[in-house]
Each structure stands twice: as C-alpha cells, then as structure tokens.
Design a protein around this ligand. Sequence first.
Ligand code: MSP
Length: 631
Amino acid sequence: MSKTFYVTTPIYYVNSDPHIGSAYTTIVADVVARYKRMMGYDTFFLTGTDEHGQKILRAAKEKGLDPQNFVDDLATKFVKLWKELDISNDLFIRTTDDYHVKTVQSLFQKIYDNKDIYLGKYEGWYCVHDETFWTEKDIGPDKLCPVCHRPLEHVEEENYFFKLSKYTKPLLEYFKAHPDFVEPDFRRNEMIRILEGGLDDISVSRTSFNWGIPLPFDSKHVIYVWFDALINYISAIGYGRDDKMFNKYWPADVHFVGKEINRFHSLIWPAMLMSAGLPLPKKIFAHGWLTVNGEKISKSKGNAVDPRILVNAYGLDAVKYYLLRDISFGNDGDFSEDNLIVRINADLANDLGNLVHRTLSMVNQNFSELPSPKVESAVDEDLKTLLLKTIDDYFKYMEKFKFTESLTQIWDLIKFSNKYVDLTEPWLLAKDPSKHERLGTVLYNLVDVIRNVSIMLSPIMVKTAQNLSNKINQKIDVNLLGWHKTISGVKIEVGDPLFPRIDTTIWKKVIKMVETNEQVSDKKPEITIEDFAKLDLRVAKIKQAERVPKSDKLVKLLLDIAGEERQIVAGIGAVYTPESLIGREIIVIYNLKPAKLMGVDSNGMLLAAKDGGKLRILTVDGFVETGAKIS
Ligand code: MSP
C-alpha cells in the first residue's frame, strides 16, 4: 500500500480579497504538499471557497446580485489566483457544489440521529464578518466582536443546537492522549484551557435568511455556515460516495489554519467527527498572523496588497523564500518589504546567485564538460560533512514544518560553499596545468552542492530549483540527495544570473502605506529645558520578555534598572520576538505614571523610533551600567 498524505487549507470566504496574510496559509500548505509528493507520498492537497452564510448574502445584496451568480464569479477569481501563484491543489472545493451539499445534509442527519442535535431558541450575539456566535460572557459592554472588533448583532432565533458540551470530556482526553494533535504547543494549551472551562452547546442552524444548505428534516432552517464549511474536508475526498477514496485519505494528516479559526478546527470539528463516529484529523496546525510593514493588514492602510502585485515585482520564488525564511511558522510575523529586498539581495542574488554563477562560469571557462572528482583534499571533507548534515536536518525540519530552520541550514551550506571557493582558490589552480585535476574536483564538488540545493529547494522555490537543475544538467530526485551523486561529463549552461540585485536607490516599492494621522501631525509645540528635565530617562536591561496573552503587539518586559526590577508593557510584539529582546539595553521613561495595558501593569515606557510601519527600539551605543541617566 502506498503512503498517503492529505493536507488542507481553510476554505476562503469567497467574497474576501486575499492579501499576502491570507494567501500565506495556502502558500505554506502548497510547500508541504510538494514536499510530501517529492517524498513519495500519494498526496491530496485541498483548498476551496466558503460560499454560504449571512456575510456572503449581504455582500451579494449590496451589489444587487443573485447570491449564486455572485459566488460563481468570485470563486473563479480564487481559482485564477491560486493558478497564478502556482498552487498545486488537487481539488478546489466550493461549498455550493452539489456533492458537498449532499454530504453536509447526510452528516447533519447522522449527528441528529445520534441525538446530538436538538431544537432550541438562541438569544445572543453574532458577528456576521466572522460568522461567529458570541454569548454575553465572551464579550465586553461595547458589544464588539472579540476577534475582529466589529460591532456584533443581537440575534434571537429558533435554532437547532449541537451538543458540543457533551464532548468536553472526550476532547480533553483526546488532547491528553495525543499531544501532537494541535500545534504549536501554545495554541494547544489555549484549547486545553477552553476545554477545562467547559464547552457550551452551539447553534448550528439559522432561520432569518436562506442562503445556505437546508436542513434535511426541517427546510425552514439552513445549516450554520461553519458546520457546513468544516465538512468540506471530508466531502472533498468522497465521504458517503466514494468509500475507497475516503478511506485512502481520511483521517487528514494536517489541517493548516490561521490562529483565529483554531477553535473551530480543534474543538468543534473534532466533536462533530466524534459524534458521527469518524476518526479525527491527525493534526491541526494553527499558524500566526502576519502584519505588513508593521501594521495590521487593512484596506484603509493600503497594505492589503494582492499577492500578485508582490509576485510581479519580486518574483514568486523570492516572495516564498522570504515568507518561509523570515517568518517563523506558527508565530505571528511581519511581512516587511524592506526585509524582503534585503533577503533578495543578500541571500538570493549574493549568496546563491554568486555561488552558481562563478562556479558554472569557471567550469565552462576551463572544461568542455563537467569533470569528475579526482584529487581530493582535507577541506573537501568539511564540505561533505556539512552537506550530509544539511540533508539530515532538512528532512528533520521539513517534517516538523520548521521552514525557517530548514532554509537557514541550506543557506549555511551555500555560504560555506562560497567560503570553500575562497579557500580552494580555483582561479589560481586554473593558471597551473599541473593542478587541472584538482580544479576539476573543486568545481565538481561545488556543482554537487548546487545539485543538492536544487533538490532541497524544489518544494519551496519550484522554478529556481528547475532552473538550477537545467543549468547543471542533473535530475531533481530526492533519492539522489547526497555527496558525489552528480553525473559528470555533462554540458553546463551558465545562463543569466538567477536573481538580479535590487538597487534600493532607484527601486520603487510596491506597498504604498496610507499615512495615519499620527504620522501626518508629527510636529509638536516647542518645550523648554525645564520641560525636558521633568523626564527621568534611564538605561535598563531586559531580563525577561513574554507576550501578553491575546495581544499581537504587547510584550511584557521585566527590566533591571540598577538592581531594581521593574515590569513594563511595550507595543513592540509585532516586530520583535520576546526571545530576541532578552539581554538588550534600552531606554525607559522611569517616572511615567503606572498604567495597565490589557490588564497588565506597566511601570514605565520604553523608547522606540517609528517610521511608518517600521519600529526599532532605542538602545545605547556600547555598554553602560543600568540605571544610568539620560540627559
Ligand atoms: N471561511 C473561513 C474558513 C473556513 S474553513 C472550514 C475563513 N476564511 S478566511 O478567508 O477569512 O481566511 C482564510 C485564511 O486566511 C485563514 O487561515 C486565516 O487565518 C488566514 N488569514 C487571514 N488574514 C491573515 C493574516 N493577516 N495573516 C495570516 N493569516 C491570515 O476563515
């Protein structure tokens, strides 16, 4: 029996405009699907669109369109987008597809027959944007959605309810028995905390509108859009209509989702499956959220750019490399156009581009075809050892979705290979005919590295890998990863540089952030030296740093100020990881009145420079004792 792998993305609200943040889930899932295919798995990769519910209906009405026509048009746009981003999904599911509608109805019936659905009355709050029910205890007096902060609507309806509460205990037991069920671990712990608080039954039908799948036994009701949407993961692979396919791929190996929809996937979906007597997915991986240039992604800020704009400007492989290398998968991260350019120039044009260009040029200048290795030397052993370690680590990290680590290792190998060129000095070897065979060996070893790099990069940078393998005339075959598996005697083609450098002095960036009022009115009235003297500014050292729960921006810092311990809260979490802050010397306003930020005490404030979306903390130039005053 062949090994199978089933990987999914969430199905996107069909009326949403994907930006680099939302496309991130699918870009990562695609890398995993490609990696698993390369590893010989019979892989099924699913994505699609979520097309029912009040939000879509309202959007269609606003445009004066029939909802079915509205979603047909929008779904086509998604299919096109993923094609342009070279996403390799095996199926694109739409929740308005007939087969999905039938599966949802039959699963609903099954859960009803198992006595887990009952008729009741719902009175509470609803976020149409997130299609989420909220009870009084979840929300504040402002009646805003705890996730998207939009105003909630009051709902009073006759609804069917799902006995989610009944699954609190079985789920808790399942979480304990399967510690890898939800990742990263801090997301799993959040779910366990919710479970420990006990789950309430949830409403799973709506009666105030009819854009949805009718209940099989009560056509006044349509099925709640999340209940409908989650079932896509099994309708896509033939549940109830193609047992062979269903049994082949279910349970899914991994559902990739963003952190805000983890609850639906890690609690509600498993409870539905338990009720229907189906096995649970093997893993739910809830990744973090991206900001763009340090700001929350929003149309009004101008940073909700279509991923195609970035791809047209920088190239798909460069954007993917940057996303996977710079953003630690699982955590929140920032998509910074400046950092993307740095990665392109330093890692792609310089490290990889130079290695390839100079190696291949030297082969063609000195040989008519790729020579074979004949004269080894000690430094070759170092290259070999690093190459073999990189391959081992590559598998280890890719299996765990640790893309940053995996790419860092590959780049360490590339950097060392450039150093190997400097150490072996092939330009000098070329001048001495007696060293011709050594020159051939050095160049062969370098081509061997390039070949290995092309294989390891192939699930991530598809075109670049292909381009590399074409230049060196070798196959991309994961079974050929290893030292000296390059075929010699082949023609080498130098071709164009892989990644042209971006000249930042003339380059026009594509993300045009809209200035906020804060930046427009940045001139403040004059002050006297006495005014300034009121500020007590001191040097402090960060001893501990951790994120404030439920906040993307706030970080709680424990400071050492001349032996005194102080806690402050700083809004720098979108740009700095807590770990990167420990040990740094910063400047704080020591005599600032204490305040509470999201319920956490803050006794002072750190200074940071803010330039549009960029934010950098102020530090001292060289070592100064903590507590030192700033004047
Ligand atoms: N329709 C639901 C999912 C139903 S799955 C049974 C939905 N759709 S969505 O269009 O709002 O989101 C699609 C994906 O984009 C989600 O994984 C979501 O977390 C992700 N993101 C949207 N904005 C994001 C960022 N700024 N950063 C990272 N991912 C984000 O939810």
